[in-house]
Design a protein around this ligand. Structure first.
Ligand code: E4P
Length: 217
C-alpha cells in the first residue's frame, strides 16, 4: 500500500520524505489556505521534494474553466495529479486530461457508484473520504470495501486512494481491504511508528547493553 501525506506544509513533507517511506502528497484548497503560501509556488516546491504524485486541486466548477486550470497545473511538474471534484463537469475534465496523459485524482467521492463512474472516466486515483462519513455516523470503510469489490470485478486500473483519514485504525482497515493508497495527515503518520512496547523494549535492551560495557563500533 502506498502512503501519501495529506498536507501542504513543506516542512512536514520534507521530514516525512526523509524517512524514504513517502510515496506522494495530496493537497486541497483548505490545506493551501492553512499553509498560508502561494498555491502555484508551494505545489512546485512540493514537486521538487517528492518524486511521486502530488495532487493539486482545480477550483472552477464548469468543465471548460476546470480543464484550463487542470492544464495549467499539469505544467508545473511531471508528477502533478490534477484533482477534480466528483461532478459531471469534473468527470468530463477527468476524461480529457487522462486521455492526454495527465494523472487525475477524482476527489469528494462518497459512494461506490460515484467511484464506478470515476473509473469509467479513466481516473488515475479515486479519493473516497472515510472520515467525513464517520463524522455523520456512516461507515466510511464500508464504501472502500464496495469500491475494492467493484474495481476488482471489472479490472479497473483506477487506484483507490483512501482520503479523510483521521486515525491509525483507518490505515489498518485500508490495508486489510487492499486499498492502493492512503493519504494521511502528518500527525497520524507519526502515530503509526509508535508503540509503547517498542519504547519500553528498546529502553531495557539499551540498559542491558550498557551494562555489558561493549561497543559495536
Ligand atoms: C484528500 O485528498 C482530502 O482532501 C482530505 O483527505 C480531506 O480530509 P478531511 O476530511 O480531514 O478534510
Amino acid at each position: 500500500m502506498k502512503f501519501f501525506v495529506d498536507t501542504a506544509d513543506i516542512s512536514d513533507i520534507r521530514e516525512l520524505a526523509a524517512t524514504g517511506l513517502l510515496d506522494g502528497v495530496t493537497t486541497n484548497p483548505s490545506l493551501i489556505k492553512k499553509s498560508g503560501r502561494d498555491f502555484m509556488e508551494v505545489i512546485a516546491e512540493i514537486c521538487d521534494v517528492v518524486d511521486g504524485p502530488v495532487s493539486a486541486e482545480t477550483v472552477a466548477t464548469d468543465h471548460a474553466t476546470m480543464l484550463k486550470e487542470g492544464r495549467k497545473l499539469a505544467k508545473i511538474a511531471k508528477n502533478i495529479a490534477v484533482k477534480v471534484p466528483l461532478t459531471v463537469d469534473g468527470l468530463k475534465t477527468c476524461k480529457v486530461l487522462t486521455e492526454a496523459g495527465t494523472m487525475v485524482n477524482v476527489t469528494l467521492c462518497f459512494s461506490a457508484t460515484q467511484a464506478l463512474l470515476a473509473a469509467k472516466a479513466g481516473a488515475t486515483f479515486i479519493s473516497p473520504f472515510v472520515g467525513r462519513h464517520d463524522d455523520i455516523s456512516q461507515d466510511g470503510m464500508a464504501v472502500i470495501e464496495d469500491i475494492r469489490l467493484i474495481y476488482d470485478n471489472y479490472d479497473f486500473a483506477t487506484e483507490i486512494l483512501v482520503a479523510s483519514v483521521r486515525h491509525p485504525v483507518h490505515v489498518l482497515e485500508s490495508a486489510r481491504i487492499g486499498a492502493d493508497v492512503v493519504t494521511v495527515p502528518p500527525e497520524v503518520i507519526r502515530k503509526l511508528f509508535k508503540h509503547p512496547l517498542t519504547d519500553r523494549g528498546l529502553e531495557a535492551f539499551l540498559k542491558d547493553w550498557d551494562e555489558t560495557g561493549q561497543s559495536i563500533l
